[in-house]
Design a protein around this ligand. Sequence first.
Ligand SMILES: NC(=O)C1=CN([C@@H]2O[C@H](COP(=O)(O)OP(=O)(O)OC[C@H]3O[C@@H](n4cnc5c(N)ncnc54)[C@H](OP(=O)(O)O)[C@@H]3O)[C@@H](O)[C@H]2O)C=CC1
Ligand SMILES: O=C(CO)COP(=O)(O)O
Length: 309
Amino acid sequence: ALHARGGAPVRLFGRDAETIAAIETRHENPRYLPGIPLPPSIRPTTDAGEALAGANVVLLVVPAQSLAGLAATLAEALPADATLVLCAKGIERRTGRFMSDIVADALPDRLVGVLSGPSFASDVARGLPTAVTVAASDGEAADALARRLSTESFRCYASDDLRGVEAGGALKNVLALAAGVVIGRGLGASAQAALVTRGFVELRRLGEALGGRPETLMGLSGLGDLILTCSSPQSRNFAYGAALGRGEDLSGLKLAEGVFTAAIAARLAGESGIEAPIVETVAELLSGELSVDEAAQRLLMRPLKREVG
Ligand SMILES: NC(=O)C1=CN([C@@H]2O[C@H](COP(=O)(O)OP(=O)(O)OC[C@H]3O[C@@H](n4cnc5c(N)ncnc54)[C@H](OP(=O)(O)O)[C@@H]3O)[C@@H](O)[C@H]2O)C=CC1
Ligand SMILES: O=C(CO)COP(=O)(O)O
């Protein structure tokens, strides 16, 4: 929407014919962004070939667990010189792969960027001020992509630390879920602040162990996104954790990305010898090893080894 408003030719591929038809006729996405007018110049289609013909920048915006399937759908129609921008935050549950690894396997030799940072879709689509990180392994490519994707309301900062950006985006989902549990259980704002701070320590430790740089984890795609999603019910991960914390029936609720990432993140922490008690507690809660009460208590008041605030 942002780029179409700025005059760029934008095509939108989606698989749900009803939603695509609504965007075409009403210039609104009633399922995902109700009430937000979309520029009539956007060309929506259910035909991947039509969407991709001649495209030079392609943003892939599906949940992390769906990226491999989407990459397979697009493979044939994707122009050879198109730059791919990965917007999903997470780790593939089945394989433990980060998003850039999935795309490197399915669509090798492509220029790949990762876009991540504190940015709720509805804020971005409304044109509210947003700042994110755009990473590519090649610094010059990251700079060019950040310039290309920036608009007056959407500022992209370039980074060449692809793994650090991916790690921050995936881990904050698990921590946002934990923050939701704390609030849902009624533990209060002080506990929430403690959770976010201790969660950030885990995000940094684990993110570095996975190959990310400290300054990336302290930036928009790490700390920035952690602050946003640990404090807003607009975050699906936070909202899912809050419902869990309140003891609600979750059967009608779409699984948040952090549900898929928690066990993998806990395993990666174990393999790297990293202490990640919050991530581990979320994984144990989701697997049923801990009750909500036990988990809520453990998230903040687990037995101390040698932690210093
Ligand atoms: N929403 C947000 O505020 C933000 C989201 N993100 C990240 O973006 C990613 C997507 O999030 P979001 O859009 O909110 O997710 P939603 O679950 O709200 O929407 C997912 C969209 O992806 C489509 N989709 C899923 N699988 C496929 C597939 N195999 N082929 C084609 N389309 C598919 C869905 O289509 P259908 O309707 O047909 O199922 C739907 O349009 C996530 O990783 C999230 O972390 C990042 C920042 C902010
Ligand atoms: O990543 C997000 C905002 O930056 C969106 O978070 P949720 O996936 O938890 O909704």
